[in-house]
Design a protein around this ligand. Structure first.
Ligand code: FMN
Length: 215
């Protein structure tokens, strides 16, 4: 720290201790589609997701309709929007597919919405290995089955959220983001929508590739 006449300036790279209210350091937005009990389709926007092998692991608050549907139906579609779709995502940010909106959500403006496709202005595409439809406008869509949903309890002993492990059964990609004649997604043409400390971002220019890159 440099201090001159009472003004202190941090050196670049110097770390300060902070206590942020959330830890969303920047992960892609996923629109999870699931089947409601009345066989309509719900969309749950989320961003706590990571992939390894054929698995995608999701962090879902226990109070959402999406996790309830996923635990009951044991399947979902994971739809990855591009940055141009951020306003469509934000249109359903305050929506829940749960008729009895939890009090803590109602207090910050959440409302029950039966048809999130209409509200978001997006359309369904039928899946091939699961009943749950995909979202046609998302350039990348995974059909998945639930392997396990592990509850993570809050301080009251009730599940605060679930860590849901899913297995991807089929991958669909818009032709424009696939390297012609291959199974590879072209990282120069596919851009995920990132959720970074509650702001939406696209990704910047390609900085380079790792030694395992296939294209
Ligand atoms: C961009 C974005 C990212 C979100 N990330 C998550 C997340 O990772 N996990 C989660 O449980 N909720 C997340 N939420 C909040 C859920 O979308 C919210 O709980 C919503 O009510 C879920 O819908 P549902 O109740 O119909 O399932 C996110 C919301 C937005 C808009």
């Amino acid at each position: 720290m440099n201090c001159v006449a009472g003004w202190c300036k941090s050196e670049a790279g110097e770390a300060v201790t902070i206590r942020p209210s959330i830890l969303y350091f920047g992960t892609p937005v996923v629109l999870i589609t699931t089947m409601n009990p009345d066989r309509t389709v719900n969309i749950s926007p989320m961003s706590s997701a990571w992939a390894l092998g054929d698995r995608v692991v999701l962090g879902c608050t226990a109070s959402g309709q999406g996790i309830e549907n996923l635990r009951r139906e044991k399947e979902c579609a994971l739809n990855f929007p591009s940055p141009e779709l951020w306003r469509n995502v934000e249109r359903i940010a305050r929506a829940t597919g749960r008729r009895d909106v939890p009090a803590e959500k109602a207090a910050i403006g959440y409302e029950y919405v039966a048809d999130k496709f209409a509200l978001a202005g997006i359309t369904q595409a039928p899946s091939e290995t699961i009943t749950t439809p995909r979202i046609a406008e998302c350039p990348l869509q995974f059909e998945a089955e639930l392997v396990e949903a592990r509850p993570s309890n809050g301080s009251d002993g009730q599940p605060g959220f679930y860590i849901a492990e899913t297995r991807v059964k089929r991958v669909h990609a818009h032709r424009e983001i696939v390297v012609d004649g291959t199974n590879h997604v072209d990282p120069a043409r596919w851009e995920p929508l990132l959720y970074v400390f509650r702001h939406y971002f696209g990704t910047g220019a390609d900085l380079g590739k790792t030694f395992k890159a296939e294209c």
